[in-house]
Design a protein around this ligand. Structure first.
Ligand SMILES: *[C@@H]1O[C@H](CO)[C@@H](O)[C@H](O)[C@H]1NC(C)=O
Ligand SMILES: *[C@@H]1O[C@H](CO)[C@@H](O)[C@H](O)[C@H]1NC(C)=O
Length: 401
């Protein structure tokens, strides 16, 4: 509420800042001045763990991936690259009438690492649009044969988190609840905390309108994005902002035991929080990862976060103009980092590719035991790839001094 009130006081200042372009006025309204060289720390890296990859063409535009390790199955949230260039509100494109009506039903896929098979999940029970973005999975404690899948849904009538139940081994998912709340407004990433509760990032302040245009043209602002914890057990969904404030561009989110990790795609950081039993957070540290940080997975053997990062400065308008040739003639370099929790979460490169495997890569998940990575990209035809890595690639528990 406080943020909303102070924001309305800022409106005249915003006009003045745009008119005068005075930097002190921009600062006053919270524009974040990002030192661009800080975001290209990994730009000259050499190829790493990308030599034995197979691009999977059964699915396209997979923004996020999570692996269910006991069943060696990956779950992916995918969509339609070209239709996303017309309407995909999280990417700042909102011309509804250009997007084909049938394309408002995007898909979840599973990839079985034992057989190499990719299967679209039949989705039951969800009315209306399903346009995907971040996702998470949660094994159900009382029944290990089932998981809940949490999927960010950008519907034309607003964002939601669609929670499905999926029986492992089946090719269907049944809606449990489509969670809507005014605080779920520009959803990006989701991290489950229980069968019907989750953390969610909002990557902008406004979903549309002049304030959103301001954010896209002049942002990020300190007040642009936030983290919410939502509980949907009862009919009245409750959400509360957590994390002690706002972020320039909160994006990927994931947790390990009582640690929560939030990536910032514009400021190039990962913030590490302690999660308390009531889901409030204490900020432990802000790790400068040297690149825009997107989705986060967890290395299951150590609990280290694995972050998909943009090793070069993100240029979304150009990627949108080139979706058909992304990963083919038009390459966007891709990298992933592991943050070593035994060494103050120091970032370490674990994947680097010139973009020939997956360009504009937004997620990486690691299976260190079976020795493979799954890398995926939000706009590419051939939405994900499976990369075999040496079995000892992730064997090291802590770095040698
Ligand atoms: C990468 O290489 C280019 C060309 O040599 C150089 O200008 C740039 O500073 C390098 N970037 C980093 C982060 O070292
Ligand atoms: C952006 O990242 C830098 C480097 O870690 C940090 O010092 C700064 O506080 C961040 N800015 C905001 C607005 O969060």
């Amino acid at each position: 509420m406080a943020a909303k009130r102070s924001l309305s006081l800022l409106v005249p200042l915003i006009g003045l800042a745009i008119y005068s372009q005075a930097s002190y006025l921009w600062k006053l309204i919270g524009r974040v001045d990002i030192d661009q060289p800080r975001l290209v720390r990994w730009e000259n890296s050499t190829a790493l763990n990308n030599h034995d990859c197979e691009v999977i063409r059964a699915a396209n535009a997979c923004e996020d991936v999570k692996i269910h390790f006991p069943s060696q199955t990956a779950f992916l949230a995918c969509g339609d690259p070209l239709e996303r260039t017309h309407w995909y509100p999280c990417a700042g494109v909102r011309t509804v009438k250009l997007r084909a009506e049938s394309s408002f039903r995007e898909q979840l896929f599973k990839y079985d690492a034992k057989t190499g098979q990719t299967t679209a999940l039949e989705l039951h029970g969800l009315q209306g649009d399903f346009v995907t973005h971040g996702l998470d999975i949660l094994p159900l404690p009382e029944d290990p044969s089932k998981i809940h899948i949490f999927a960010v849904n950008h519907a034309r009538d607003g964002d939601s988190i669609a929670i499905f139940v999926h029986e492992l081994g089946s090719s269907a998912a049944q809606l449990v609840k489509n969670v809507k709340h005014p605080a779920i407004k520009t959803a990006n990433g989701v991290a489950a905390t229980g069968p019907l509760s989750f953390f969610v990032t909002n990557d902008h302040y406004a979903a549309s309108g002049p304030l959103r245009v301001l954010e896209e043209q002049y942002g990020p602002f300190t007040w642009s994005s936030d983290v919410q914890h939502c509980d949907a057990h009862s009919e009245d969904v409750s959400c509360k902002q957590v994390g002690g404030g706002t972020f320039p561009n909160a994006n990927g989110i994931n947790l390990w035991q009582d640690r929560l990790f939030v990536g910032d795609a514009r400021n190039g950081t990962v913030t590490v929080f302690e999660i308390h039993p009531d889901k409030t957070l204490t900020k432990l540290r802000v790790v400068d990862v040297g690149a825009g940080a997107d989705n986060i997975n967890i290395l299951p053997t150590t609990g280290d976060p694995i972050i998909a990062v943009f090793p070069t400065l993100e240029d979304l308008p150009t990627y949108l103009d080139n979706v058909k040739s992304l990963g083919k003639e038009f390459l966007v370099p891709a990298a992933a980092l592991r943050l070593d929790h035994t060494n103050d979460y120091a970032p370490e490169l674990i994947y680097f590719d010139d973009g020939s495997v997956v360009s504009f890569m937004t997620a990486v998940a690691v299976d260190p035991v079976d020795g493979f990575l799954i890398v995926s990209g939000i706009l590419q035809y051939g939405g994900f790839a499976v990369c075999k890595v040496p079995p000892d690639a992730f064997a090291r528990i802590s770095p040698q001094p």
